[in-house]
Design a protein around this ligand. Sequence first.
Ligand code: 13P
Ligand code: SF4
Length: 335
Amino acid sequence: MSTRIKLPLRVTEADGATPLERAKSTLPEIEWVAAADDIAAIWRLKAERNAIVLAHNYMTPDIYHGVADFTGDSLGLARLAEQTDADVIVFAGVHFMAETAKITCPDKTVLIPDPLAGCSLAESITGADVRLLRERYPGVPVVAYVNTSAEVKAEVDICCTSGNAVEVVESLGSDRVIFLPDQYLGRWVASQTGTEVILWEGSCMVHDRFTGDDLRRYRADTPGVEIIAHPECPPDVLAEADFVGSTAGMIGFVKDRRPDRVVMVTECSMADNVALEVPGVEFVRPCNLCPHMKRITLAKIRHSLETMTTAVEIDVDVAERARLSVDRMLAIGGR
Ligand code: 13P
Ligand code: SF4
């Protein structure tokens, strides 16, 4: 089947493939014609609008390889949003990520292709909850995972991502911190820093489903497999893993170490995306899907650029206070 569309000029990686060629190799032929039309339209619209697409590592391969200008974890994308000189950022990720971009770039137009792409972890806590925690533990610094609303970020002392949570907590120099809303990331940070961590009992619906027994079964079924896990997983999972890190940390591990066989204990699109970049590495693929991330599609990204919707808006006072917490985080290292 032939398609008559202009190939984008951008060359992504050392293999010299264009985004279109890379995206094509990730899709069944039957889905390709519609995808090719959307991909070509998105590249044209990006040029017309001086827009970029920032895509989280959990996006499907057609988005990740086909239309993203930059891909990354929450920390990397927050940094890129702050640095770009594009007028428009289309955020291919969930709402709190687009909000973080808007917090760091209040003068830019930040579009989310589906405003209902939320995060059940972020929705587990409100600004009022944080104020109650502060009353209960006066003087104890409050650290918020970026998987929170702008309203929550406005109430805390500093934000963190899974890529820098340990460095952020250490930077506070406090024996005790309140860490919210992910209890497992909080426990992981406590185990790495020796800091006493007061937890909020939130968890991610995708990572909570993995168990230590699952990991022992992967090892038994696939001898020699390296197991790498996201720190939103429960403690018995992390105890079984060979490496724990953010989505970018996990990708870095596979690219640097090139294990013969690997299992990424996280959302399913990660393995699909990385597999294309590391031929020769065999991926064991348990599939826990994030229904919030999967709301973002090529067709919605195209529609978003055509109609310039939906623009992320944040109350000015909330955004200014949230920015302090995000900026404190960005001033700290971590990968
Ligand atoms: P990362 O910052 O590691 O990409 O994680 C974001 C997320 O939502 C994981 O569930
Ligand atoms: Fe939220 Fe979990 Fe989905 Fe990440 S994977 S967006 S934490 S529900």
